[in-house]
Design a protein around this ligand. Structure first.
Ligand code: ADP
Ligand code: GLC
Length: 497
C-alpha cells in the first residue's frame, strides 16, 4: 500500500503547532508497520533553515492557478529517523516568507498559495514512478485534494485506483476565502454551491475536503462527536453530520524518540521513572538560568506551552493566575505566541508577579522541551481541543496535566479520585465548565496531591509508563486505508438539486 500524506507543516521542517508533530511522525509510524508513505509539504523558508539536508529533486513544472501559470520547483529530503521520502513544493513568491501563514493577519493570498500547493501535489503525484493508493490530506490547506482527485484528475491514470482521506485537526480553521478565489481553483463554477464548496457565500477549503473525501478522520473520538453539532462543528456541523458513515476519530500518537526524557538532546540531564527528581531538578536549574533567575524556585512548577489562541483558554489561564499568584503556592511559567492581545495580557501578568510568573513570548522548541522536563504540573484549560499533544508529552516527562474535559483531553486524561488512584488509572486533574474557578479548583487539587509525596510519586510514575506511541493509532489508520480500498469506487459527485 502506498500512501501520500499531504500536510502544510511537518516537524522538523516547519512547525506552528501539533499538526506538524503529527505529520512529522505518523508517516514513519506507518512505514514501521509496512505501509509505504511519502510526505509532501510546501518549501517554506523555514524548511531550508531547519538544519535538515534539502536538495532539489530535479523536477519543476507549471501549475495553472486561475489565468496564470505558477512555477512549482520540487525539493526533496527524508523524514529524519526513517526512510520516508519528503517532497517540498517550492515557489519563492508564495513560500519564501517570514512565517507560514501570516502574522496577526493571514497572508492576503493564502487561497492562491494553497491552491498552488494542492494542484502541484496532484501534478507531482502524477509524475512519480508509482501511483498512490491513498491521498491523505490534513486540515484545510489540503482540503482541495479530494475535489481535485474527483473532478479534475478522475481520468488521470495515476489516480485510477486512489482514494482520498481528509483529516480534521481543527474545525476552527477552515480556509475560507472570497468567492472569486473559486476561479483560481480551476474547478467548474457549478461546484460553488452550498452542498459542495461554498459556505455562507465564501469558498471553504475544509468543507470541500469533507464533501469530496472518501473518508474523514479527526484526531480523537470525543472530538468526532463534538463536531457533529454546534458549537464544535464551527458552522460545518451539518456537513460533518451528513458524513458520519465515513467519519472516524483516531487519537494522535506521539513521536517517542523526539519526546523522550531518556534521550532528549534539549534537556540537561536524561531521566526515567527511576530518577525523575534528579532529572526535574536539573531541568529546573537550566530553566531558571534561561529565565534570568539566579536559582530555581523551590515551589511546584506549573506551566503552559501553546498557541495563544482563543481555543487554548488563555483568558481563563490569565484570570486564574492573577487570582492565585499572590498566595505563593506555585511558580508559573508560560511559553506561547499568537494573538497580540493575549501576548500583552500575559506580559502584564508577568510584570505584576515578578519571580512568581514568568512569560516567554515566542516559538522556542528548546524551551518547550525544557519546560516539560522541569514542570510538575501542565495546564491545558482549552475551550476545545481536537486532540492535544502537550498533555501526552507531559505524561512522558513526568508532569501531571490539569485539563478541561473537552475533545481529546477527555480521551487521554483520567481525573484523579480515590477510585482512579486505587485502580492505577489516574493521570491528571479534570474540570468541566469553561470558567476560571473550575481551573483554579482543579489546580488546587493538583497542588494538594503534589504535597502528598507518596500520591504524587505514584501518579508521576504511572503516567510515565503509559504508552502513547503511534503504534496503536497508526494501525487504526492502516485498517482504515485497507477498508477504503476494499470499498467499491465512489460514484461521481452529483450536483445539488
Ligand atoms: P495545537 O496543535 O492546537 O497547537 P497541540 O497540543 O496538539 O496543540 O500541539 C502543540 C505543539 O506545539 C506541541 O508540540 C507544543 O510543544 C508546540 N508549541 C506550541 N507553542 C509553542 C511555542 N510557543 N514554542 C514551542 N513549541 C510550541
Ligand atoms: C490541532 C489541534 C490539536 C491537535 C493537533 C494535532 O492543531 O488544535 O488539538 O493535537 O491539531 O492533531
Amino acid at each position: 500500500m502506498r500512501v501520500l500524506q499531504v500536510a502544510s507543516e511537518a516537524a522538523p521542517f516547519a512547525k506552528t503547532g501539533g499538526l506538524a508533530d503529527v505529520a512529522g511522525s505518523l508517516p514513519a509510524a506507518l512505514e514501521r508497520i509496512g505501509c509505504s508513505c511519502t510526505l509532501v509539504m510546501p518549501a517554506y523558508r523555514q524548511v531550508f533553515e531547519s538544519g535538515v539536508a534539502i536538495e532539489p529533486a530535479g523536477v519543476a513544472f507549471d501549475v495553472p492557478v486561475g489565468q496564470r501559470h505558477l512555477r512549482a520547483e520540487i525539493f526533496r529530503s527524508t523524514l529524519p529517523g526513517s526512510n520516508v521520502p519528503v517532497y517540498f513544493v517550492g515557489n519563492e513568491a508564495c513560500f519564501d516568507r517570514p512565517t507560514l501563514y501570516g502574522g496577526a493577519h493571514d497572508y492576503h493570498d493564502n487561497a492562491e498559495r494553497f491552491i498552488l500547493f494542492s494542484r502541484a501535489v496532484m501534478e507531482l503525484a502524477g509524475r512519480l514512478e508509482q501511483p498512490f493508493d491513498i491521498l491523505h490530506g490534513h486540515d484545510w490547506q489540503a482540503g482541495l485534494i479530494p475535489a481535485y482527485r474527483q473532478l479534475l484528475y478522475a481520468e488521470h491514470p495515476a489516480f485510477a485506483r486512489s482514494a482520498t482521506i481528509q483529516t480534521i485537526h481543527n474545525m476552527a480553521y477552515q480556509g475560507t476565502f472570497w468567492h472569486w478565489d473559486m476561479l483560481l481553483t480551476g474547478i467548474d463554477w457549478k461546484y460553488f454551491n452550498w452542498r459542495q464548496m461554498e459556505c455562507h457565500g465564501q469558498l471553504n477549503f475544509l468543507k470541500t475536503g469533507l464533501v469530496f473525501a472518501d473518508a474523514i478522520t479527526t484526531v480523537s473520538p470525543t472530538y468526532a462527536g463534538e463536531i457533529q453539532s454546534a458549537p464544535g462543528g464551527c458552522g460545518l456541523e451539518g456537513v460533518v453530520a451528513s458524513r458520519t458513515d465515513v467519519l472516524t476519530g483516531i487519537v494522535n500518537g506521539i513521536d517517542t524518540s523526539g519526546w523522550n526524557p531518556q534521550t532528549d538532546p534539549l534537556i540537561p540531564r536524561h531521566y526515567s521513572e527511576a530518577d525523575i527528581a534528579a532529572g526535574k531538578d536539573a531541568a529546573k536549574i537550566a530553566l531558571a538560568a534561561r529565565l534570568g533567575h539566579a536559582a530555581p524556585d523551590p515551589r511546584p512548577l506549573v506551566s503552559f506551552v501553546g498557541r495563544l489562541a482563543e481555543q487554548k483558554g488563555v483568558d481563563l489561564l490569565a484570570e486564574m493566575i492573577s487570582r492565585v499568584a499572590g498566595d505563593g503556592r506555585a511558580h508559573f511559567v508560560i511559553l506561547g505566541t499568537g494573538d497580540p492581545g493575549h501576548e500583552e495580557a500575559l506580559r502584564r501578568l508577568a510584570a505584576s508577579f515578578p519571580g512568581t510568573v514568568d512569560v516567554v513570548i515566542g516559538f522556542r522548541e528548546l524551551l518547550a522541551h525544557l519546560i516539560q522536563a522541569a514542570s510538575d504540573i501542565v495546564l491545558m484549560p482549552s475551550r476545545f481541543e481536537p486532540c492535544g499533544l502537550s498533555q501526552l508529552y507531559a505524561f512522558r516527562y513526568g508532569a501531571i496535566p490539569v485539563v478541561r474535559a473537552t475533545g481529546g483531553l477527555v480521551d487521554t486524561v483520567v481525573d484523579t479520585t480515590p477510585a482512579t488512584l486505587a485502580a492505577g488509572t489516574a493521570s491528571g486533574f479534570v474540570f468541566r465548565d469553561f470558567d476560571s474557578r473550575g481551573l483554579e479548583h482543579a489546580l488546587g487539587r493538583a497542588l494538594d496531591a503534589h504535597a502528598d509525596v507518596a500520591t504524587w510519586q505514584q501518579l508521576v510514575t504511572s503516567v510515565m509508563q503509559q504508552d502513547w506511541s503511534w503504534d496503536a493509532s497508526a494501525r487504526k489508520y492502516l485498517e482504515l486505508y485497507e477498508q477504503i480500498l476494499s470499498r467499491p469506487p465512489a460514484p461521481p459527485p452529483e450536483l445539488a438539486e
